[in-house]
Design a protein around this ligand. Structure first.
Ligand code: FAS
Length: 392
């Protein structure tokens, strides 16, 4: 079977790319190993940067988020210092984030892609790639009925994350993978409970970090820093709420709105950047190109940014015969990826002091406290924070 572009993965990166290629009249097939129902309910990211909203709006992909997305402009930092809030919509470039759960965006993008005559093969796993350094790359597909077939294109876009087929298809030495384990693990929770605060609230505590982020009017995302390798199932609802009350200092700042925990999963805060983001006619976008920790709400936004850049480059090549965009794809994306990685790393160090009372840990927690006080007291630091927090 032939198409012009084979896209592996129906997450934000693959779906934004597919929609933009369809709008340019380019034939493409998205291959997604999960069922449609699964990807449309998978709760992950929740915040879209202004640049992402603008890109989606420019390409007719923002009707859902413009109708249901909520502007968000305040974050709060709790700790032994008490609490301070930053109204980041009044700082830096005076921009705000849009709260729009990723599964809503994915649902919108799938409907739009199919509406544009797109072809998505759900329940189909790409098991291998061939000829990616030639001019007719192909992927092996294993369909939902165990049917196998090969899909050939002029280009392949690997939008299948860090554990997908694209990264596995890269020959040894084809790309350098810059990686970092930040030494922090989060228990990522979705609670059937309305948000307890307007603000995204980051709680710094000697027992570890806790975070509160609205997702919808009835579901809230919480994070708890836990030891690496922790079993999420060991965290009963009762234990989760007791720990959140402690770290969120509810005796001092008021109760949390509690409810059943709908989802509990652990996320090791890791980063990875593939340089270059291509090999031959295989191009990487989204998490496949750059994994970033959720600490600064950048992953889904980088997925939109890289997908948009790749869509423009592929359109220039396939419609205009101009391959300069493809040749410069990595260079166009990497500076913004590294900038986001640096801010995410800074946020990790702001929010997580080492646990324990060794000399080194105590000293580093004092540095962390000084960072927080600098953010509380210095307007220039607040402006810098706001620009990075909403920027891509
Ligand atoms: P995705 O992982 O979304 O999509 C890749 C797709 O490829 C998947 O659907 C997968 O099934 C498919 N696939 C993989 N291998 C395949 C194969 N061999 N064949 C066919 N299909 C294959 N980011 C934020 O910005 N803010 C947040 O608050 C945030 N919170 C997060 C919380 C959690 C628990 C997790 C896990 C992630 C979070 N992220 C957050 C990051 C996340 O949103 C990613 O950055 C985003 O999904 C990246 O989009 P894609 O690159 O499209 O990859």
């Amino acid at each position: 079977q032939r198409t012009q572009v084979v896209i592996v993965g129906a997450g934000p990166a693959g779906l934004v790319l597919g929609n933009m290629l369809r709008a340019a009249g380019i034939d493409c097939v998205i291959v997604e190993r999960q069922a449609r129902a699964y990807v449309e309910q998978r709760g992950r990211a929740g915040f879209l940067a202004p640049a992402s909203v603008r890109v989606l709006e420019e390409h007719g992909l923002a009707s859902g988020l413009l109708a249901k997305g909520q502007s968000h402009g305040t974050c709060a930092f709790r700790g032994e210092h008490g609490q301070f809030e930053l109204n980041y919509g009044e700082l830096g470039q005076r921009q705000v984030l849009t709260v729009y759960p990723q599964q809503f965006l994915v649902t919108d993008l799938i409907a739009e892609f199919l509406g544009r005559g797109g072809d998505i093969r759900f329940g189909t796993t790409v098991t291998g790639m061939h000829g990616i350094d030639g001019d007719s790359p192909s992927v092996d597909c294993l369909g939902p009925d165990e049917d196998t077939y090969r899909l050939t294109g002029e280009y392949v876009a690997g939008c299948d994350g860090q554990r997908g087929a694209a990264l596995r298809a890269l020959p040894a030495g084809a790309a350098t993978s810059f990686r970092r384990h930040h030494g922090v693990t989060w228990l990522a929770l979705l609670a059937q409970a309305p948000p307890s605060m307007e603000a995204v609230t980051y709680a710094v505590h000697e027992r570890g970090f806790a975070g509160h982020m609205a997702r919808t009017a009835t579901v809230t995302r919480f994070y708890l820093q836990v030891p690496r390798g922790e079993d999420p199932e060991a965290w009963t609802d009762a234990r989760v709420w007791e720990e959140l009350r402690t770290r969120m200092r509810t005796e001092e700042f008021g109760p949390l709105r509690e409810g059943p925990i709908l989802e509990r999963t652990t996320v090791d805060l890791n980063s990875a950047v593939s340089v270059p983001m291509r090999y031959g006619r295989l191009f990487l976008a989204g998490d496949a190109a750059s994994l970033i920790s959720p600490s600064a709400a950048k992953g889904a936004n980088l997925a939109v940014m890289t997908a948009r850049t790749l869509a423009a480059a592929l359109t220039d090549a396939l419609v205009g015969g101009d391959e300069r965009g493809l040749a410069g794809y990595s260079e166009a994306c990497l500076p913004r990826i590294w900038h986001a990685q640096e801010f995410s790393h800074w946020m990790i160090n702001l929010l997580h002091g080492p646990v324990g009372d060794g000399e080194d840990a105590v000293f580093l927690r004092r540095l962390q406290h000084a960072r927080l006080m600098s953010l509380r007291d210095m307007r220039s630091h607040q402006d810098h924070f706001a620009e990075n927090y909403v920027g891509i």
